[in-house]
Design a protein around this ligand. Structure first.
Ligand SMILES: [Fe+2]
Ligand SMILES: [Fe+2]
Length: 360
C-alpha cells in the first residue's frame, strides 16, 4: 500500500499543473495504484516459489532458522540436551572458520545447529547424551549398534523435511559424516567374527550420506569431528590441540571426504588455524609465566585439581575412534571415560588404552 501511495504522489508531482490532462491523469493514477498495491504480494509469492524451486535460501529464512526457540531446536534440547550442546559448539567452531575463508558463515552456523537432529529419535545411544558409565550399546551386537548410529543421518533428513527445513540446510544433515565408517563397531564385529574377520561387510558400517559438496558443509564435517574428539580428549596444551586438529583434518583428507567440497589447501590451512585458536580459548590453555613453576609442578603431580597429567594418553587413539582392547572387549575403566571424558583431578583413573569414542 505504501508503494501505491508513493506512485500516486509521484504522478501528481509530474502531471498536475495548469495544463494537466485530467482524464489521462486519472487513468495513470489508477494504474499507478494497482501497480503499487500488487507489486509486493506478487514479488513475495514469486520469490517464495522460485526460492523453493532453485533450492536457494534467503537471509530471512536463515534468521528464522537461527532462532534457538525454533520448534525443532527446542525439541532437540528437550530430547537430546547433550546433542544440542554439541551442535552449538560445532556451530561456534565452524562459524569462526567460515569467516576466515570467506564462506557463508551464517549458513554454516545454521547448518551446524541442525546437523544432528536425527539423534533425537534415540538420544541415549549417543555418547554426549549418556550419563554414568553404562551405554545401551553394551547389550547390542555391533551390527545393531552400527545400524542405530548410521540411521541418525537419514532420520535427520526425514525430520528436516517434516519441519520444512530448506534443502540447503538438509545438505548439512546428509553430508556431515560423508561416507565414513563407524570404525568402533566395525572393529568390534571383526573381533567377534574371529577367524572370519575379513568376511565382515564394511558397507554395513558405512554412512550412506554424501561427501560434502560445498565449502560450507565441508567446514561443518571438520568442525563436527574436531568438536567431538576435543570434548572426549580435553587437550590442555597448545601442542595437544594442534596435534589433534591436524590429525583429524589429515584423516579426512586422506579418505577423500573433502574432494567434492571445493575447499582448497589454502582454505584448510586457515580452517586448521581457526579451529586451533577457538579450542585454545575453549580449553583455557594457560601460559606458564616465569615464577609460577611451583604451581604448575603441583598441578602436574595431581595436587590442586590436576590438569596436564590428566590427559597423558595419546590423542591419536581417540582420532581413530578405535577403542577396543586386543581381546575385542572394552578395557574395564573405559566406560566412565567414554561418557564423560577424563575426569579432572583423577589422572590415575584413566586407562591409557581408553579412547573415548564420540559418535558425532
Ligand atoms: Fe555432530
Ligand atoms: Fe552426526
Amino acid at each position: 500500500m505504501i508503494s501505491a501511495v508513493g506512485n500516486i504522489l509521484v504522478l501528481l508531482l509530474f502531471h498536475l499543473g495548469p495544463n494537466a490532462d485530467l482524464p489521462n491523469l486519472g487513468v495513470l493514477l489508477f494504474y499507478g495504484f494497482i501497480n503499487g498495491a500488487l507489486i509486493a504480494p506478487v514479488v513475495t509469492i514469486a520469490g517464495f516459489f522460485f526460492v523453493g524451486l532453485l533450492g536457494v535460501i534467503t537471509v530471512v529464512q536463515l534468521q528464522d532458522l537461527s532462532r534457538l526457540d525454533h520448534p525443532l531446536l527446542k525439541e532437540l534440547l528437550r530430547k537430546a540436551p547433550g546433542t544440542y550442546h554439541h551442535s552449538i559448539m560445532v556451530a561456534n567452531l565452524a562459524e569462526q572458520a567460515a569467516e576466515r575463508v570467506d564462506a557463508n558463515s551464517t549458513l554454516v552456523r545454521v547448518g551446524a545447529f541442525y546437523h544432528d537432529i536425527g539423534k533425537m529419535n534415540r538420544p541415549s545411544f549417543f555418547t554426549e547424551n549418556q550419563e554414568g558409565a553404562s551405554t545401551p550399546h553394551e547389550t547390542l551386537d555391533p551390527y545393531s549398534s552400527a545400524r542405530i548410529i548410521l540411521a541418525h543421518v537419514p532420520e535427520g533428513v526425514d525430520l528436516a523435511r517434516k519441519y520444512r527445513i530448506p534443502n540447503r540446510i538438509q545438505d548439512f544433515i546428509a553430508e556431515h559424516h560423508g561416507d565414513r565408517i563407524v570404525k568402533m563397531f566395525y572393529e568390534k564385529a571383526r573381533a567377534a567374527a574371529g577367524a572370519a574377520a575379513d568376511e565382515v561387510d564394511l558397507d554395513l558400517f558405512r554412512y550412506k550420506g554424501r561427501r560434502p559438496r560445498s565449502r560450507e558443509t565441508g567446514i561443518v564435517l571438520l568442525a563436527d569431528t574436531v568438536e567431538a574428539a576435543s570434548s572426549a580428549v580435553r587437550p590442555s596444551t597448545a601442542e595437544e590441540i594442534e596435534k589433534l586438529v591436524n590429525s583429524l583434518v589429515d584423516d579426512h583428507l586422506k579418505e577423500g571426504q573433502l574432494d567434492d567440497s571445493e575447499l582448497t589447501m589454502g582454505d584448510l590451512k586457515q580452517i586448521r588455524a581457526s579451529f586451533i585458536e577457538t579450542l585454545k580459548g575453549r580449553f583455557h590453555v594457560r601460559v606458564r609465566y616465569p615464577g609460577n613453576e611451583e604451581l604448575v609442578g603441583r598441578e602436574e603431580s595431581g595436587v590442586g585439581g590436576g590438569s596436564l597429567a590428566d590427559h597423558s594418553f595419546s590423542f591419536l587413539e581417540t582420532s581413530s575412534l578405535t577403542t577396543l582392547a586386543p581381546d575385542g572387549k572394552n578395557p574395564p575403566q573405559c566406560a566412565s571415560a567414554h561418557s564423560m571424558g577424563p575426569r579432572r583431578g583423577a589422572p590415575s583413573e584413566v586407562d591409557p588404552r581408553c579412547s573415548p569414542p564420540r559418535l558425532n
